[in-house]
Design a protein around this ligand. Structure first.
Ligand code: NIG
Ligand code: FE
Length: 412
């Protein structure tokens, strides 16, 4: 079978190969193929190896010479708040002066400030702003993202956000997995009646499910936001409706959200800066991914999640960006990987598994994405670097020179 496209003269391809979820010490396992090529037909990898590629060429095959650059799978950012109105630099001076994140929220700012701006924004405003950010993420090698609602906090405005995800997924090359997060904060109009807000959210979920606007439901399980009891109620209902479930857990206070997530069969539990040892044990060997977000610790100047302890206890770890206007305003996913390496002390091999195959697994995409193997989608990044470690070592810049999604160049 002749290929449509062959990438030749690759110095090294780095790819995960273990069956996901890749737990703990197995995250050190990756394949390195030297003097490599990759042959693609109809957006799918048909051959990958080293040496002579000529048997895959035909009269119409395009040859792309990688010029001794390296190749890795397309990056998967499995936790973003891509769609939102406005920005929050008005809070920045208070933040760096030491005002706690939850205090700003309790005063009606923080997430609730973005809710106001998102409600005021039209569908088109939100679409254009999100598209610009998505273009930027793609420049850094991101080929799949998860994108949450959670800045509308009522049915109409949550649906407006989810429909932006849907339209972007139709018109933009980056693949988008949509999550409903009505449980991101308690809106002003329900300030003194959280239970009533939850009642309403459970009804809204039926509609979101019937309109097929989200695959998963997420809850911010935190002091002053949604308690463990609230979270259990919301996620049990979501699960019964057939949604995947996930949580923002143990970010600031160790409430036990991660353990609850494992018990309920969450696909991921995210943040985990304050996770207890007992909950690390629950996560070990489970199919629930620990989705760590070091960009948030950096920006909020909080402690980092203890990735080493989790990996050493056989937890399957993913790294995500958490792009949002209040706790991680950056689209630079390579910087997030550099933080995972330098601050979470994750080895380059562990970082690669954490931004490819493990996020593909918890998003349910691991049959087609997350590693470079025959039969998988040709989503990959060509990086102008001599080796994998170099992209983590030389930080703050963009190493991606070409990005391909389903065998098509989207950044050249
Ligand atoms: O994942 N922790 C809660 N939610 C977001 C922040 C959202 C915001 O501040 O606007 C997060 O960090
Ligand atoms: Fe988040």
């Amino acid at each position: 079978m002749s290929a449509d496209l062959i990438i030749t003269n690759i110095s090294t391809i780095y790819t995960p190969y273990k069956k996901p979820p890749v737990h703990g010490r197995d995250m050190m396992s990756i394949h390195e193929i030297h003097h490599a090529y990759m042959a693609i037909k109809d957006g799918v990898i048909i051959a990958i190896g080293s040496g002579n590629y000529h048997k895959h060429t035909g009269p119409n095959t395009i040859i792309h010479d990688a010029n001794q650059k390296i190749v890795i799978p397309g990056l998967i950012d499995s936790h973003t708040h891509l769609v939102h109105g406005g920005s929050r630099e008005s809070e920045y001076k208070r933040l760096i002066a030491g005002t706690p994140y939850l205090q700003i929220l309790a005063e009606g700012g923080g997430i609730l400030g973005t809710v106001e701006m998102t409600r005021k924004a039209s569908f088109n405003d939100l679409f254009e702003k999100a598209k610009k950010s998505l273009d930027e993420m793609m420049l850094y090698g991101v080929t799949t993202i998860e994108s949450k609602s959670g800045y509308g906090l009522n049915l109409d405005h949550e649906i407006k956000q989810l429909k932006v995800n849907k339209k972007l997924n139709q018109v933009h090359p980056v693949h988008i997995v949509s999550t409903y997060m009505g449980a991101h904060a308690i809106p002003k109009e329900f300030k003194d009646d959280k239970d009533l807000y939850i009642d309403q959210m459970l009804l809204d979920m039926d509609i979101i499910k019937s309109e097929n606007l989200a695959e998963a439901v997420d809850v911010f399980c935190e002091s002053g936001v949604f308690s463990v009891k609230d979270t259990k109620r919301i996620l049990s209902h979501a699960k019964a409706l057939g949604f995947k479930i996930k949580l923002h857990a143990d970010e600031i206070h160790p409430l036990g959200g991660a353990g609850l997530g494992v018990e309920l069969g969450a696909t991921s539990v995210d943040h985990l800066m304050a996770i207890s040892d007992q909950d690390i044990e629950k996560l070990a060997h489970s199919n629930t991914i620990a989705n760590l977000l070091p960009g948030t610790s950096f920006y909020l100047r909080k402690k980092y999640a203890n990735a080493r302890k989790m990996i050493d206890h056989q937890v399957a770890v993913a790294i995500s960006g958490d792009y949002n206007p209040g706790s991680c305003p950056t689209e630079n996913f390579q910087f997030i990987m550099q933080l995972a390496s330098n601050q979470l002390q994750m080895m380059p091999e562990e970082v690669l598994n954490a931004v490819t195959i493990n996020p593909a697994f918890h998003l349910g995409l691991h049959q087609e994405k997350g590693s470079l193997e025959v039969g998988k989608s040709a989503d990959f990044v060509i990086l102008d670097a001599p080796n994998l470690t170099y992209i983590l070592y030389h930080y703050g810049i963009n190493h991606a020179s070409d990005v391909y999604i389903k065998g098509k160049p989207v950044v050249l």
